[in-house]
Design a protein around this ligand. Structure first.
Ligand code: NI
Length: 210
């Protein structure tokens, strides 16, 4: 009893250590949130609508030039990744495909879009084959290294090559796993948790689609 009281008293009488403690906890929380959401804090700090997304010019699976304007009038469900991704991308895209099935008629208002962060290996043909394995609705987009860098920057997506061996193709891509719902006007609507089941994802998306 008395030890507990003493400990509390000690902490209370030492504002330096308690504020250090609070700073430590705040720092830890920020780190966890940044890790968990791929830098979500960056774009929620400002007033009004956060600035995510913007104009892009990319290439689809048929080698056709596609811009953000081609999706106006539809919601875009945007995910960044790459076809050689061993785990996170295929898991997420499976859930996206499942969510599209579960969204029923609302799915007709949504274009799921997969943008590669590995344009070196992800040719239009690669993207076409890969996306077709998940869903006929999934649009795979690639582009030049500069075009990908531009769109990734707009969507606040981090990516970097991670060498796994000496060969030219011996690398993996580190990348943030973020899924964005963009409105029919092209503006950011909401982040959708990418690590959920298709059913949970469909429920999260459904709230924003009338
Ligand atoms: Ni991935």
């Amino acid at each position: 009893m008395s030890t507990t009281t003493n400990r509390n008293d000690n902490r209370g009488s030492n504002p330096k250590s308690s504020s250090r403690f609070i700073l430590g906890v705040a720092g830890l929380l920020i780190a966890v949130v940044l890790l968990g959401s791929g830098g979500f804090l960056w774009f929620t700090g400002g007033r009004g609508a956060p600035s995510i997304g913007g104009p892009f010019t990319l290439v689809d699976g048929d080698g056709k030039v596609v811009t953000d304007g081609d999706f106006r009038g539809k919601y875009m469900l945007v995910y960044f990744g790459y076809t050689f991704c061993p785990d996170v991308c295929p898991t997420t895209l499976n859930a996206v495909a499942d969510a599209m099935d579960k969204l029923g008629t609302k799915a007709t208002k949504i274009a799921p879009v997969f943008i590669t962060v590995d344009p070196k290996r992800d040719t239009p043909q690669m993207m076409k084959q890969y996306t077709a394995a998940f869903s006929p609705h999934l649009v795979g987009l690639t582009g030049t290294a500069a075009q990908i860098a531009d769109v990734a920057k707009e969507y606040r997506v981090y990516y970097a090559e991670h060498r796994t061996g000496p060969g030219p193709n011996d690398y993996a891509m580190d990348h943030s796993s973020v899924l964005y719902l963009m409105g029919p006007d092209g503006r950011f609507v909401a982040p959708i948790p990418p690590d959920e089941s298709g059913g949970e994802m469909a429920a999260a998306i459904s709230k924003f689609i009338s």
